[in-house]
Design a protein around this ligand. Structure first.
Ligand code: HEC
Length: 144
């Protein structure tokens, strides 16, 4: 009983300590979360985009996959988020067409998620082909 109480107090103390320690980095910005800045470089971001897109294609093919449409929705949303982040990369600010392709991929991935939610695999497959063209358009100009 005493021991439980002691552990409880310790956990509480740690919680308070972490809460206080956590506060410091945001104080400079008036306690607001700082403006968005990508953490990954473009190379890592692309690896993630690729992984989500491959997962989507695999789930489209595998009609018996467990929770197929739920997973398709998740993968599409994750890809949309990666495309969203891509538009914030410092290089993209200088190039309107780069940002436009990133925005297009984001919109297409969001639309894909809606199709997945309504279990529309046929239209999702067609859209995946369009998305592939968006990847390619940007790569043709910007991938070395
Ligand atoms: C708005 C521009 C843009 C779009 C859209 C885009 N990419 Fe990229 N991608 C790049 C750039 C820039 C690079 C080169 C970055 C590097 O490797 O340093 C790249 C590189 C890659 C690479 C190579 C990474 C490596 O290992 O060298 C893969 C894989 C990739 N992209 C996948 C995708 C897929 C899949 C899509 C579409 C679902 C996509 N990209 C859409 C800009 C884009």
């Amino acid at each position: 009983m005493r021991r439980t109480l002691l552990v409880g107090v310790l956990v509480l103390a740690c919680g308070v300590w972490f809460a206080v320690a956590d506060e410091d980095p945001t104080k400079d910005s008036g306690n607001r979360w700082p403006a968005f800045k990508p953490v990954m470089n473009i190379h890592s971001l692309m690896k993630e985009q690729d992984r989500h897109f491959e997962n989507m294609l695999e789930l489209l093919r595998d009609t018996s996959a467990e929770k197929r449409f739920k997973r398709l929705t998740h993968e599409a949303k994750a890809l949309a988020e990666m495309a969203n982040i891509n538009g914030y990369h410092k290089g993209s600010r200088k190039h309107d067409d780069y940002r436009a392709w990133a925005a297009q991929l984001k919109a297409q991935a969001n639309q894909f998620a809606e199709l997945a939610k309504s279990h529309n695999a046929d239209d999702a497959m067609k859209l995946a082909r369009q998305m592939n063209k968006t990847c390619k358009s940007c790569h043709d100009k910007y991938q070395d």
